[in-house]
Design a protein around this ligand. Sequence first.
Ligand code: HEC
Ligand code: HEC
Ligand code: HEC
Ligand code: HEC
Ligand code: HEC
Length: 276
Amino acid sequence: MMRARKRSRNFIPVISAVALLLAVALPLEAGRAEGADQPETVCIQCHGSLPDQLGAPVKLWRNSIHADNGISCNSCHGGDPKNAAVAMNPSHGFIGAPGEDEVPAFCGRCHPGVLKDYLASAHGRALGKGGPNCVTCHSNHEVMKASLNLINEKSCSRCHSFERARVIRAAMQQTESHIVGISGRIAGFRAMGVDTERLDKGLFAVRNSFHSLFHEVHVERVRAESTKINAELGKLDRDLKVIEDAHARRKVAGAIAVSFMLLMALLFHLLRKTCK
Ligand code: HEC
Ligand code: HEC
Ligand code: HEC
Ligand code: HEC
Ligand code: HEC
């Protein structure tokens, strides 16, 4: 009796501490969820009310993968997002809009791997001499999640024939569907409670090396790398097959065990009947 009362008294401070923590943490959490994607800044407020090409970026940006990931006007253009009076002052870090030749370095601050591949490619070497920069293919403010759909006749035959692009797209498309297929099978096992950590890691690595392939725009490299990547995917295929077979065996074993038990129950029942 005494002990129980003592214990419940000990709970009172614990419960109030938890309640206090929740009271403090919950609004913080809500605030963060709201602020994470698109916090209002003076850049958005002022540009949102400006006409034409000064206002257009705000609308376009709101749909972008950058807005979804908290990359705002000032993340790209610099400046002070809190103080309208000095927002676009270079002494507050404002770097303005890049010229055409400056775009790759401008975007590459946050995408250094892509920048490196791009600069070494035929496209990078033709920068300022008719080659495409990041914005040519991805746009400036309405940047979307990248996919192979960006390789299409309309976009890629603006400057040269589509033939080499078609070869690159076909090779990559095939690998992409292989990756999507394996990813679906792994997800199926994960849903069944199988430990898929090793498979997830394997697929993650393959997917990364695959998606870093495009910017070199090199037909032979894409062919060679696709062969290598498909070999890696083949290994994952085999690992998955082993798990699938084991599951099938376990199912058969389970069915046998259940039938055996039913049989035993029946025998037991009959025995009891005959013994009576
Ligand atoms: C009070 C209104 C106002 C605020 C606040 C403001 N801008 Fe501007 N911005 C303008 C106007 C007007 C122009 C066009 C005239 C000029 O370039 O000064 C402009 C031009 C720009 C340009 C084009 C510059 C160029 O080189 O062509 C960029 C980029 C830009 N703003 C980004 C920002 C960013 C980022 C912020 C916040 C850190 C911001 N602006 C805050 C009004 C504003
Ligand atoms: C992902 C980086 C990125 C973000 C985020 C971004 N911009 Fe830009 N912005 C650019 C680039 C690159 C250019 C250069 C335009 C070009 O080459 O097409 C540019 C150009 C501009 C210009 C000049 C437009 C013109 O046609 O003269 C303005 C104004 C501008 N941005 C305002 C904004 C505002 C306002 C925001 C936030 C709503 C914003 N930008 C967010 C990359 C960005
Ligand atoms: C201040 C950092 C920053 C700058 C500058 C920046 N980005 Fe991004 N970008 C990000 C982040 C963060 C993401 C979302 C996370 C991710 O997918 O890497 C992203 C995502 C992307 C994606 C989608 C990637 C995917 O997984 O499909 C593309 C494409 C992209 N950015 C292109 C650009 C282009 C083009 C520019 C220049 C106009 C640019 N970025 C400038 C930070 C930046
Ligand atoms: C000729 C068109 C083209 C140019 C130029 C270009 N990209 Fe891409 N980018 C693509 C395509 C196509 C993909 C999709 C590749 C894929 O799905 O594997 C992509 C994918 C991406 C991704 C996602 C990569 C990933 O790992 O998922 C980012 C980030 C990106 N580009 C940023 C940039 C930046 C930064 C530049 C400039 C330095 C640039 N791109 C130049 C067409 C282009
Ligand atoms: C703004 C112009 C422009 C656009 C748009 C463009 N390219 Fe290119 N591309 C060039 C130039 C310039 C070269 C170098 C000269 C040449 O080989 O034709 C080149 C070369 C190439 C090469 C040959 C590379 C090599 O090393 O031999 C491939 C492949 C290629 N581009 C694919 C694409 C794809 C895919 C797209 C669309 C996503 C695309 N290009 C969009 C201008 C462009």
